[in-house]
Design a protein around this ligand. Sequence first.
Ligand code: GAR
Length: 211
Amino acid sequence: MNTNAQKICRIGVLISGRGSNMSALADAISDGRVPGGVIAIVISDHACAAGLARAAERGLETLVIERRGRTREAHEAEIIEALRTRNVDIVCLAGFMSLLSSHFIEAYRGSILNIHPSLLPAFPGLDAQRQALEYGVRWSGCTVHFVDETVDGGLIIEQRVVPVHDDDTEATLAARILIEEHQLYPAAVARVVRGDYEIHERRIIKRTFKV
Ligand code: GAR
């Protein structure tokens, strides 16, 4: 018997649009960069999300659970049910634009990750790249963090930095950040799947192994 066999971590990915981070994560898993990770389901809150086709191309199960025309409670209850039915261990938000209630967060407390296109805690919320340009920062980047009840204020798992150029537009800055997002999200998910970290107040640091 192989006692070193790694437990499989089943990942549910929530998207609303393009799905490039979901694709990057799926490709990293296929390449063996997220040992033990498997995408169990990709759920979109918009039927027209381009990411649905990208997920299907990769052989992933997809599900549309529309937000429109229903209460947040009903919408979230259906998502939680879909995740539980598939025994999902961690939930990755990848451009998912519905705000999660405390009920949802409680259901997967400490196991929901999000990627945000700024160096948090700077520029949370919408239009992070525009906020960075308007503020005049010389460096921006992206952050993967755990989700709590705050807006992009949960514990930071990993970050990457990119320069802001003089001639940047929102689009060019977003594109430069996105390249880093596609590396960062799989690396952060791999870290959470490995579980080799400890939480000290707000800091997520490498676990100190005791013999
Ligand atoms: C990404 O840039 C992600 O960081 C951002 O939406 C984009 C989704 O792109 N998320 C947020 O702004 C969350 N506050 P994708 O659908 O191609 O992954």
